[in-house]
Design a protein around this ligand. Structure first.
Ligand code: PAF
Length: 285
């Protein structure tokens, strides 16, 4: 496995590769990332993982400075799974102030975007830069960041990028908590409580499968249940799985596939989760 930190060296290394599968990450890798890297092997002959904490996607009061940077441990985990690790410094990706950005679709202002203005613009901009640098035939992203995956799919489709986007299933701890680099911010007590977010989504899914279609009532009850346990809910939303538009109300027989998305703060940690709800098997994305 080669560890490369400059764009020129990476381009030279990949020049003769015909089928690159790419997993962009911000490092501090856990099983969720490693699962994507393993899946990447099914989508290309050469697997590239990038590790780059992208300043453009953090707001001024967010955790850019304290975001865990664990390059050495990350490379050890990728050994035998990836062929190349691309780990550029900030001034390699942004040698001058970035003045050109991807304008993401309007959905980027909703859900996580409502409380993180500019986040998806910064995310989409770095993902486009990375795709241009690596030029993979496939790029893999986790469904844990469902809205991010949706926005990347829209960008790739509407900007005609020659890459196949593959979504990887969320990997969970034994109790069901979605793995995330931010879980390590949780205290021991918070870690025990954290799974309640997923349990809440599971309860909502059961209700929908049993015929509940008053999505607003469901959302409101979930927010109340989280708040009653000391969480600060950001949103809980039932959305159409394909366009992330609000789920329509009762009587709409055409709509059979939803995703329930939630973000809530537990202490100082903002946790994110989602669950797909399909009346029959989920259709391919
Ligand atoms: O999901 C992430 O880790 C980041 O948002 C990504 C896609 C690597 C872009 O910085």
């Amino acid at each position: 496995m080669q560890i490369i930190s400059t764009i020129d060296e990476l381009r030279a290394r990949l020049a003769d590769e015909r089928a690159v599968a790419f997993v962009p990450t911000m490092g501090n890798l856990h099983e969720g990332h490693l699962n994507l890297v393993k899946l990447a092997r099914e989508h290309g002959d050469c697997v590239v993982a990038s590790i780059f904490v992208n300043p453009l996607q953090f707001g001024p009061s967010e955790d850019f400075d304290r975001y865990p940077r664990t390059l050495e441990a990350d490379c050890a985990k990728l050994q035998g799974l990836a062929d190349v690790v691309f780990a550029p410094a900030v001034n390699e990706m942004y040698p001058a102030q970035q003045t050109v950005f991807v304008e993401p679709p309007p959905i980027a202002d909703e859900l996580c975007g409502a409380s993180r203005p500019g986040h998806f613009r910064g995310m989409a901009t770095v993902v486009l830069k990375l795709l241009n640098i690596v030029q993979p035939q496939a790029a893999l992203f986790g469904k844990k960041d469902y809205q991010q995956l949706h926005i990347i799919r829209r960008m790739v489709s509407e900007l005609n990028l020659p890459v196949r986007i593959v979504g990887g299933e969320t990997v969970r701890a034994d109790d069901g908590l979605a793995l995330s680099s931010r879980n390590q911010y949780l205290s021991a007590g918070e870690r025990g409580e954290a799974v309640f977010l997923y349990r809440t989504l599971q309860g909502m899914k059961q209700a929908i499968l049993q015929g509940e279609r008053d999505f607003e009532r469901l959302q409101g009850r979930a927010v109340e249940a989280l708040a009653a346990r000391g969480w600060l809910p950001d949103y809980v939303a039932v959305r159409n799985r394909f366009d992330l538009q609000p789920a329509r109300h009762q009587g709409d027989l055409a709509q059979r596939e939803w995703v329930i998305l939630a973000a809530a703060r537990l202490g100082n940690t903002r946790l994110l989760d989602n669950i797909e709800v399909c009346l029959v098997d989920c259709l391919a994305d």
